[in-house]
Ligand binder design. Sequence first.
Ligand code: DAK
Length: 257
Amino acid sequence: MTYTSVLTEIRGRVGLVTFNRPQAMNAFNAVMLGELFDALEAFDRDENVGAMVVTGNEKAFAAGADIKEMAEASPFEMITQGRVEKWDRIRGIKKVVIAAVSGWALGGGCEFALSCDMIVASETAKFGQPEITIGVIPGAGGTQRLARLLGKNLTMEMVINNRTLTAAEALQFGLANRVVPVERYLDDAVALAEEIAGRAPLAVHMAKDAVNAAFETTLTEGLKTEKRNFYPLFSTEDQKEGMKAFIEKRKANWKGK
Ligand code: DAK
């Protein structure tokens, strides 16, 4: 598959997607958004890929949706162009996706990073929801995902008063998993993804699904999901291998079965 607005490569067992609209601070136009999810879904199906990383460049992860593209849109066009469905495609990805963020992660860029499973940030990363400054509000989950992560008051300040978070704040408030010097953020994200790609694939999938359930439902229902994901793993070869390897004091050899 040939893309123009994203670049793709496989490093080890990690599928890497790089936003490629530096002239527009990697703003998401329809083409880039479509290519992003096409690429992630292709990696999700690829047996050679165990986990994924999405990144931008040092100056901008992504500055949000392309304002020039949607400036004249009517509500009807916003709905019928399938934009909402496009953004939701991230929720269908089964393998782990890590956002490697440097520079600006604004609007939809911040929301996309929040939709990933983990965030590795450079010291220069800045997270914000500036939609209020252009007369709208976040539309790809920002109000909900930030409120769950940061609580109400800070989310209100970000969404209503364009408060941005520095990388240090993102780490402090649990939005970023780790913050590293700018020279290292991508390599560290890929190394983390490689580590995850080396784990038992079915267990990783069930774990991701169970953790995500915590944000969808009540504790009682979430605990049921956890059990539903836990027991079937005892029918896998990897569970037998993992526990045998522990007892025999050796490294497990995962098959993904
Ligand atoms: N859209 C289009 N172009 C953008 C852009 C954007 N979001 N951000 C930057 N650019 C372009 C600039 O227009 C400029 O292009 P030229 O003028 O050179 O042609 C180029 O990128 C360089 O930008 P600057 O000259 O502004 O660079 P600076 O370093 O001075 O500033 C900045 C960088 C990132 C702070 C600034 O560019 C900025 O504030 N950008 C806008 C950030 C923003 O407001 N983001 C929120 C966009 S609204 C939806 C779901 C989600 C969304 C929509 C719908 N559905 C489910 C339907 C999401 C909405 C948004 O994200």
